[in-house]
Design a protein around this ligand. Structure first.
Ligand code: AMP
Length: 200
């Protein structure tokens, strides 16, 4: 079933937002827009964008806002995003929130819900260390992980206050089985009139 829903999933690296985001997007029939995935694909394909952002991404720093927002502007204008999308990893700071507001206003749209996956720092670190061994991501070194979590706490967490004032944040306990967490998200979205069937 396809529903119009413009969603954002936010959480520290290692919170499981990629996995849960994919489940929600699939259940709703909307595309996931992950800026991290776009950057990684461009880096591995050696495109011009990839060469531009490689060092930044590998150091765990943020790609410049203008570049990232331009990419999202193009992506949300594509046909498959007309009926909604799930953003993962963007916006990542308050400047990007302002950019996204502009991008969506041009479409006469706005975000319907922001899902915050809440996971204790120690749990995120443990999950990231595991992912580093399993997937060998170049930006999953111990030092880069700590650096990115610091950026999340300083730059990304404040976006939740902005969206919180708009009354669109659902804070979800991100500790539990995959199905338990998906069910919590589905229950929170149902309250907003967005219904999705997820494995329970
Ligand atoms: P992620 O997969 O979301 O953890 O993103 C991986 C990396 O891509 C980040 O550590 C940043 O270097 C870059 N990146 C992803 N999304 C953004 C964004 N919204 N703004 C700036 N840099 C980003």
């Amino acid at each position: 079933m396809t529903q119009t829903a413009r969603l954002l999933i936010v959480g520290p690296q290692g919170s499981g937002k990629g996995t849960q985001g994919a489940r929600i997007a699939e259940a709703l029939g909307i595309p996931t827009i992950s800026t991290g995935d776009v950057f990684r694909a461009n880096i591995s394909q050696g495109t011009e964008l990839g060469q531009q952002v490689k060092a930044i991404v590998e150091a765990g720093n943020l790609v410049p806002d203008e570049l990232t927002s331009a990419l999202v502007r193009d992506r949300v204008a594509q046909e498959d995003a007309a009926g909604g999308f799930l953003l993962d990893g963007y916006p990542r700071n308050t400047a990007q929130v302002a950019h996204l507001d502009e991008i969506l206003a041009e479409q006469g749209a706005s975000l319907d819900a922001v899902i915050e996956l809440s996971v204790p720092r120690a749990e995120s670190i443990a999950r990231l260390a595991l992912r580093a061994t399993e997937q060998g991501r170049a930006d999953d070194t111990e030092e880069a992980i700590a650096h990115r979590l610091g950026i999340y706490e300083r730059e990304t967490a404040p976006i939740l206050s902005i969206y919180g004032e708009r009354g669109i944040v659902d804070t979800i306990d991100g500790v539990g089985s995959l199905d338990e967490i998906s069910a919590r998200i589905a229950d929170a979205l149902a309250v907003r009139g967005i219904t999705l069937a997820v494995p329970r």
